[in-house]
Design a protein around this ligand. Structure first.
Ligand SMILES: Nc1ncnc2c1ncn2[C@@H]1O[C@H](COP(=O)(O)OP(=O)(O)OC[C@H]2O[C@@H]([n+]3cccc(C(=O)O)c3)[C@H](O)[C@@H]2O)[C@@H](O)[C@H]1O
Ligand SMILES: Nc1ncnc2c1ncn2[C@@H]1O[C@H](COP(=O)(O)OP(=O)(O)OP(=O)(O)O)[C@@H](O)[C@H]1O
Length: 241
């Protein structure tokens, strides 16, 4: 994994410089993916990385872990609570207050989209790129919000399976409590990726590597892969008529 960490560090540096930018902005969710990306960005740009912690009706533990990542890797960070703008949208769209027990995606997906707006503000302010955290497992089944956490400039983890992200996290020195957490997009209270998807990351990794998973799991993965294929492409445009 040391080799991969070095290669990804160089790749980030090259991509950012190619874009004429000076550094990186990373949303710090307190999860393993953003912890790895933050650590890699710090290696690539020791003096020009910004972490941004953006709670939006989030579990307070997430911000604690986000700060832990920033402190572990000596990354300066901003913290902006998004509850208020989120409330505005929910009230305007539904005429009601936010129901914190709701897992309705039409509403929950507003959260990552508000984060995207915030990250792009800081990117433009500092001439940095927004560095995304999507890994290969999430990419295959589109487990991210289109133009939310999927709305980023570069995605250094996009070719790593979930188990490889774990190995990378160990190599980079990500705190163990973050490595051990259950993967969660944190879109609602108690949100658990594996529960929502209906299969485990272990099976998803195995499916991508060699297809060797039980038939019902394969079907569930392939259904999502098909349904969310649009997220892996640019928006279709018509030919010049
Ligand atoms: N065929 C098609 N061609 C072009 N566009 C198509 C389309 N079908 C839907 N769409 C568009 O896509 C939209 C649906 O996609 P989207 O808005 O993303 O929504 P959707 O995929 O329904 O939900 C987002 C998923 O990502 C998960 N997530 C979110 C954030 C972070 C993480 C994480 O773990 O890191 C995971 C979340 O738990 C949920 O399962 C539709 O409303 C429509 O606008
Ligand atoms: N509260 C938050 N503050 C800042 N950024 C966030 C927050 N929640 C999510 N994000 C951004 O959106 C990305 C996707 O969210 P998600 O929670 O799935 O990833 P993660 O927590 O890094 O890893 P995992 O999938 O292992 O939980 C994060 O990596 C991060 O960049």
């Amino acid at each position: 994994m040391k080799d991969i960490a070095d290669k990804l560090t160089r790749w980030i540096k090259e991509e950012v410089e190619k874009a004429g930018a000076k550094g990186a902005v990373v949303g710090l969710s307190g999860g393993i993916d953003s912890a790895c990306v933050a650590a890699l960005c710090k290696r690539a740009f020791p003096d020009s990385v910004l972490g941004v912690i953006l709670p939006c009706y989030s579990n307070p533990q997430d911000a604690i872990h986000g700060r832990l990542v920033a402190e572990t890797f000596s990354i300066p960070y901003e913290e902006i609570v998004l509850d208020e703008p989120f409330d505005w949208f929910v009230h305007r769209f539904t005429g009601q207050d936010y129901d914190v027990t709701s897992c309705e995606l039409t509403i929950a997906n507003i959260k990552p989209r508000l984060r995207m707006i915030t990250l792009y503000y800081f990117a433009a302010k500092h001439n940095y790129l927004v560095v995304g955290t999507e890994n290969k497992a999430e990419r295959v089944v589109g487990h991210y919000t289109k133009y939310g956490d999927g709305g980023v400039d570069i995605k250094p983890l996009a070719n790593l399976l979930k188990f490889q992200v774990k190995e990378l996290a160990k190599e980079l020195g990500v705190p163990q409590c973050i490595i051990d957490k259950a993967p969660s997009a944190g879109l609602w209270f108690g949100h658990c990726d594996e529960q929502e998807m209906g299969f485990t990351y272990k099976d998803l990794d195995r499916y991508i590597m060699n297809g060797d998973v039980p038939e019902p799991v394969k079907k569930a993965i392939q259904d999502l892969e098909r349904k969310r294929a649009h997220k892996r492409h640019m928006p279709p445009i018509p030919p010049e008529f």
